[in-house]
Design a protein around this ligand. Structure first.
Ligand code: AMP
Length: 137
């Protein structure tokens, strides 16, 4: 079944278009966290980042700085967050890879409240080892 983002890409439903090329589309979030909140979406309908092809990932990566620059210029935001959810447990509601660009302003009062737990050096070493190992397989 097509996601709402594939429907936007296929022009079946409207969007406030910010940027588009052959591999990527960017549009304003319909429910913005801040003014200028933009979603950058690869046209390939991969559900999560780990399923995205390298060519699509490259196009996505190339588009993001360009779009960030334009958002800063157009909104006067002084900072921004990039946010990217993968899977329901991570808060993803549209199962099609997308990166949130959330402009931040001097007067922004909202803050992210991420919890940070320290990790032991041994645990960190083992974890980093196993991630590096998984990358090679
Ligand atoms: P996520 O929770 O990371 O999956 O984010 C999905 C985002 O898509 C939410 O911030 C929604 O507000 C946004 N969204 C859903 N439908 C639309 C739409 N038709 N046009 C623009 N943004 C949308």
């Amino acid at each position: 079944m097509k996601t709402v983002f594939s429907k936007i890409i296929d022009r079946e439903i409207p969007c406030s278009l910010v940027y588009e090329n052959s591999g990527v589309i960017a549009f304003l979030d319909i429910n913005p966290a801040t003014r200028g909140h933009t979603l950058v979406v690869p046209k390939e309908p991969a559900e999560t980042m780990d399923k995205l092809s390298e060519p699509s990932a490259a196009m996505l990566g190339a588009a993001i700085p360009k779009i960030c620059r334009a958002i800063l210029k157009a909104t006067g935001a002084t900072a921004y967050n990039l946010l990217q959810n993968n899977g329901t447990e991570a808060g993803m509601t549209v199962p099609h890879v997308h990166i949130h660009i959330i402009p931040r302003y001097a007067e922004s009062t909202h803050e992210f409240s991420w919890r940070h737990d320290p990790i032991s050096q041994t645990d960190a070493d083992q974890l980093a080892d196993s991630i590096r190992e998984a990358m090679g397989s």
